[in-house]
Design a protein around this ligand. Structure first.
Ligand SMILES: [Zn+2]
Length: 193
């Protein structure tokens, strides 16, 4: 057992995505060696993040304002909506500069489509705002969970009579959007059906 403040921090870092107890311990010992000014910057940055940044009230992209830079941009095509799993997928698609519509960040995927899992996604919010769009592109990662989620969304949106497309094939099966190169992603956008 380490002294309690160390154990406490290890516990906190262990909850971070992809961080296990060993990496968490390394983070803590790194912090112990950090000059006080640097650790203060870290603390201030976390406070700033928690006080200044909220989620866009439309697409859930992190933003300093009620509407994010994309949703408040008059040049974006408001008839086109792209549904992604998470913030980083949105950034990946933005980098291709190919897509000019709006986004909706679902907030995850579900594997077994149980009621309690689905409730964790922003499905209710999605249903409310989706009627104003001509085309909805489902750009969920082609993993097993992603496929299940995409099928669920297609079923959910079908009765609304909106054109629903999926990102074209060519994206690696089981892969994640954020690891696809820009060219592959651009052609997947072009070949959506
Ligand atoms: Zn937004």
């Amino acid at each position: 057992m380490y002294p309690l403040p160390i154990e406490k921090l290890i516990n906190l870092f262990s909850k971070f995505p992809t961080v296990g107890p060993r990496t968490a311990a390394r983070f803590v010992f790194y912090l112990m060696k950090l000059p006080i000014e640097e650790s203060n910057t870290l603390i201030e940055s976390i406070v700033e993040l928690k006080t200044k940044i909220k989620f866009c009230s439309f697409c859930f992209k992190p933003s300093e304002n009620d509407l994010c830079d994309i949703c408040s941009d008059p040049s974006r095509d408001k008839s086109l909506l792209c549904i992604v799993e998470k913030e980083t997928d949105l950034e990946t698609i933005e980098k291709t500069k190919k897509y000019k519509g709006l986004y909706f960040i679902l907030g995850g995927t579900v594997s077994k489509l149980r009621e309690e899992d689905i409730e964790k996604l922003r499905v209710r919010e999605l249903r409310e705002m989706i009627k104003n769009f001509k085309e909805v592109i489902i750009a969920i990662n082609p993993t097993t969970e992603g496929e299940a989620t995409a099928l669920y969304l297609e079923r959910l949106l079908k009765p609304l009579n909106i054109k629903i497309t999926r990102l074209g094939r060519g994206l690696p099966i089981g892969g994640e959007l954020e690891y696809a190169d820009e060219e592959t992603l651009s052609s997947a956008l072009d070949n959506r059906k």
